[in-house]
Design a binder for this molecule. Structure first.
Ligand code: GTP
Ligand code: MG
Length: 194
């Protein structure tokens, strides 16, 4: 995909603050610090369109980005970071669930997991919401550059078993080496029809 433009549109806490549902949207969700914001920057080839941080809990709202004027990428808040105040953490589940379950123009979703971590309850919960909505989802194993090729393949197999997904539902990704970037773009194209 040739990136002509990528711009931040708005941040939302509740659905009344979302932009009108007039363009196809693809969303990125996952535990805090897995690399959601970095992945969006890598996909649109912009170093800092989306703010990233070494400190987990950077993205605390539903953020909308317009790509090439024809689709939106949605960066969802990262869940599961204990150091964020409880009151904030408690808002994240509903914020993510509301977006996933109510957004009519959501075409597909990437669920990100750090390749070094095991799948937990939250990942199972999100996969279940998506299956209920019959939305296409791909599990992205991020930070693949942290491992050798064979060790990354090994983790791929372990996470395949843990999640019970099919082989085609998982992919390896790295914002550092750009591994998986083309594959993700072709998935975005098939999800959005663009
Ligand atoms: P929250 O907004 O807190 O939920 O985090 P996030 O999922 O948006 O993660 P973010 O993109 O901010 O990245 C978190 C940290 O991981 C940063 O220090 C990034 O530089 C690093 N990181 C992200 N992707 C990669 C990757 O593919 N490889 C490596 N080695 N580091 C990465
Ligand atoms: Mg983020």
């Amino acid at each position: 995909m040739h990136i002509k433009s990528a711009e931040f549109i708005t941040s939302a806490v509740k659905s009344s603050q979302y932009p009108p549902p007039d363009l196809p949207e693809v969303a990125f969700v996952g535990r805090s610090n897995v690399g959601k914001s970095s992945m969006i920057n890598c996909l649109v080839q912009r170093k800092s369109l989306v703010k990233t941080s070494q400190t987990p809990g950077k993205t605390q709202l539903v953020n909308f980005f317009l790509v090439n004027g024809c689709m939106r990428f949605v960066d969802l808040p990262g869940y599961g970071y204990a150091k964020v105040p409880k009151s904030v953490q408690q808002q994240w589940g509903p914020m993510i669930e509301t977006y996933i379950s109510q957004r009519p123009n959501l075409c597909g979703l990437f669920l990100l997991m750090d390749i070094r971590r095991d799948a937990r309850e939250e990942e199972g919960q999100i996969l279940q919401w998506l299956m209920e909505k019959k939305l296409p989802v791909r599990l992205v194993l991020t930070k693949a550059d942290k491992f050798s090729r064979s060790a990354a393949q090994n983790r791929f197999k372990i996470l395949l078993e843990q999640t019970g997904l099919e082989k085609d539902d998982l992919l390896l990704f790295s914002s550092v080496t750009r591994q998986g970037r083309d594959e993700v773009w072709s998935l975005v194209s098939s999800m959005t029809g663009i």
